[in-house]
Ligand binder design. Structure first.
Ligand code: ADP
Ligand code: MG
Length: 704
């Protein structure tokens, strides 16, 4: 019998959450903390000292010796610097200390984090400040347990140097504007509206020993060479398939680690590609969901190691099979329990829902380029539009029922009828008949309405979900603000409301598409509709700094123009750096491992021809000779392509302007990389397996 897990005991055991605080803090201080969480007011230093001391005692009781301000710089991953609680000994005795000041504010040297020109290296000051709405937690790793305090990271002048600060600003913006909408419909008791997010995380697992034999996986997270395995995903036998024993062991361990951190790991299953899996937690407020998603990714990697596995979070670790993404489920919920995206049973009569929906349609249409940008990262370029993920075109799926409501509203200003789900007849007497949903699912849409939330499916598996949610919150705040401005001053509310819903939908209906997002026809149709189709990350960057974007973000104090420009700069630099690393890895592997392997193989063939002929003149050596010709052809093609890649990399590397350089990597280096891969992958198909120096696709994907 397997041991019984006490999940409710494990859950949150490493989190300094509300219930722990209630237990360990004096009543008055606890009330102050609660008030600060609700209103964002500053905490007195005296109270902070009490909280810090209690937090330290709690952490020490769990074995922690260090604390860290945990933050999310623009590298897209998290950063931490550990400080121990150790103080100068008094009377030869060391006392562990942690002050309120240390809890509230940290000052890491910020000069080595990307700032996109916002700061010179000599201006090294950066501050981390406690995000009290996301609880402190203990991270367990080989360094021993560390108390982590989720923080925002700003420069000396207050510019955001991280992903958290703008996210928090956007959450406030959408809360303020959504409250105005809720009030217009009679909800006067709500005091804030939370952006709620549930991210589904896809990942691959491979054997760690094999992983360590591939420089491309180690340095770039994806295979840069690799011939297809005899089997891919064509049998469709992976998705929801039985979970392999070793993977099951990993998942079990992962769940426990996540539960300890208060992360509601809920769903796990095999994904479409061999070796691919998914994990989804239950949704939470956006900033906590973002923090938790970072911890999920980090924990996946750590737990994988324990099981002799490596977790690949890259968007496209293997060519020819599906890559990994993240589905960002998003909704808005008032603090008195109303999901503003819940249509209820009769969406056609639910005027608040229709207004909210029409505002979202408008926002997504106006800011399609920004939303696309928010899901751009280097790896995602390989995935979008590759028949496995939505194309790089933003559109909204509403489903049959809502599409019909929208059509009626545009045509007549009223939606008097509603398509309802009928009964699903399975044709089997012993199975109960089910009432069908009014709408089928559409997996090909990048932004799909799924009952009471929108699912933004374009996000990359490796990316932080902070940017997508910042953009979603901001653009919807803008549409709500414009709607509230009109409706609050309307003489005839009902009339103004009908007009506004109709106008929003009529003017922005081009963004709604319910068909097959993977089809060629859609690409052509989207072009006719004038929807942007931005294929590469490099081409998404200008969307950040358009007048439209600056106006949006400045209006709500989410980003200044300078902050946006700095982020654009960082994106270009990141693109160039990542492709540069990939190019160098390819050059290294081709020069030192793969081309030598092909040479060795051709030599062995040549030797065989000579040996056999020497032994017996009558023997037929045509097979060896044919293979020799084929392998030699790939060899010379590879050598030529290698030289071309070396040249392209040097040229791109020398370019100074960030934007121009990123384009050079995209237009010149990437094609040179593909050209090198081609003959080498062909050679892999014929070279003796014992001579091929790295594990194959089959070894990696099937032999876990
Ligand atoms: P589906 O099967 O439709 O993709 P699930 O119900 O499995 O959806 O949910 C997927 C993710 O969406 C989960 O993380 C879930 O917690 C989250 N989710 C569910 N409802 C909401 C909501 N109202 N707002 C945000 N996320 C939600
Ligand atoms: Mg989903």
């Amino acid at each position: 019998m397997s041991e019984v897990l006490n999940v409710s005991e494990i859950f949150g055991s490493n989190v300094f959450d509300e219930s722990t605080m209630r237990e360990v803090l004096p009543k008055k201080v606890f009330a102050e903390v609660k008030n600060m969480m609700a209103t964002g007011q500053e905490m007195s230093l005296a109270a902070a000292d009490v909280v810090a001391a209690a937090m330290k005692d709690w952490a020490v009781s769990k074995g922690a010796t260090h604390y860290s301000h945990w933050f999310q710089p623009l590298t897209g991953i998290t950063a931490e610097k550990h400080d121990s609680f150790v103080t100068i000994p008094k009377d030869g005795k060391m006392i562990m200390e942690f002050s309120g000041k240390e809890l509230i504010k940290g000052e890491p040297d910020a000069s080595s984090f990307p700032s996109g020109g916002l700061r010179a290296t000599f201006e090294a000051r950066g501050y981390t400040t406690w995000d009290i709405t996301s609880p402190a937690f203990i991270k367990e790793s080989s360094t021993g347990p560390v108390l982590c305090i989720p923080t925002a990271f700003c420069s000396y002048k207050g510019e955001a140097l991280d992903k958290k600060t703008p996210l928090l600003r956007s959450m406030e913006a959408v809360s303020d504007q959504a409250l105005r909408i809720a009030k217009l419909f009679g909800n006067t008791t709500a005091t804030k509206v939370d952006a709620c997010v549930g991210p589904e995380q896809e990942y691959f697992l491979v054997d760690r020993k094999k992983y360590l034999q591939r420089k491309d996986l180690i340095y770039s997270g994806r295979t840069l060479f690799g011939a297809p395995a005899p089997k891919g995903q064509e049998l469709e036998d992976q998705y929801f398939g039985v979970i392999r024993e070793r993977v099951g062991g990993f998942m079990k361990d992962l769940n426990i680690e996540l539960w300890k951190l208060g992360i509601t790991a809920k769903t796990q299953h095999n994904e479409v590609a061999p070796g691919q899996h998914e994990l989804a937690p239950i949704f939470d407020t956006a900033n906590i969901a973002v923090d938790h998603n970072q911890l999920v990714m980090e924990t996946m990697k750590r737990v994988a190691e324990r099981h002799g596995l490596a977790c690949l979070l890259h968007e496209k670790p293997f060519a020819g099979v599906n890559g990994s993404g993240k589905h960002n489920n998003w909704s808005l919920s008032t603090d008195n329990g109303v999901n503003m995206l819940d249509p209820g049973d009769t969406p056609n009569e639910n005027m608040q829902f229709l207004l909210v929906l029409s505002c979202i349609v408008k926002a997504v249409d106006i800011h399609a380029d920004l939303l696309r940008q928010s899901a751009a990262d280097v790896g995602n370029d390989h995935r979008l539009g590759a028949d496995e993920a939505p194309p790089a075109i933003i559109s909204i799926f509403l489903g049959e029922q809502l599409e019909d409501v929208v059509k009626q509203l545009i045509e007549t200003g009223e939606a008097s009828t509603l398509i309802t789900g009928d009964v699903l007849d399975t044709g089997v007497k012993t199975l109960p008949n089910l009432v069908k949903d009014a709408t089928d699912r559409n997996r090909t849409s990048p932004f799909a309405f799924t009952g009471n939330k929108f699912e933004f499916r374009m996000v990359g598996s490796d990316d932080s979900i902070a940017s997508p949610n910042t953009v979603l919150n901001a653009m919807v705040a803008e549409a709500f603000c414009e709607a509230a401005d009109i409706l609050e001053s309307a003489d005839d509310f009902d009339l103004a409301l009908h007009d506004l819903i109709k106008r929003n939908l009529a003017e922005h209906q081009r963004i709604i598409f319910n068909g097959d997002g993977y089809s060629e026809e859609w690409v052509a149709e989207a072009q006719r509709r004038g929807l942007p189709n931005i294929k590469s990350m490099v081409d998404t960057v200008p969307a950040l700094t358009t007048d439209k974007s600056v106006k949006l973000f400045e209006k709500f104090g989410i980003f200044t123009r300078e902050e946006l420009e700095s982020r654009a700069e960082i994106l270009y630099e990141t693109y160039s750096k990542v492709i540069n690393i990939e190019a160098l890895v390819m050059i290294d592997m081709a020069s030192k491992q793969l081309i030598p392997a092909i040479i060795a193989y051709t030599s062995s063939l040549a030797e065989s021809v000579c040996l056999v002929k020497d032994a017996c003149e009558l023997a037929d050596t045509s097979a060896q000779e044919e293979l020799l010709v084929e392998a030699s052809t790939y060899l010379s093609e590879a050598r030529k392509a290698l030289k071309a890649l070396i040249k392209a990399q040097k040229e791109a590397y020398a370019i100074e302007d960030a934007q121009e350089q990123a384009h050079a990597y995209y237009d010149m280096v990437m094609p040179a990389m593909e050209a090198l891969r081609e003959p080498i992958d062909k050679a892999e198909m014929i070279v003796d397996k014992d001579m091929w120096p790295v594990p194959s696709y089959g070894d990696l994907m099937f032999e876990v």
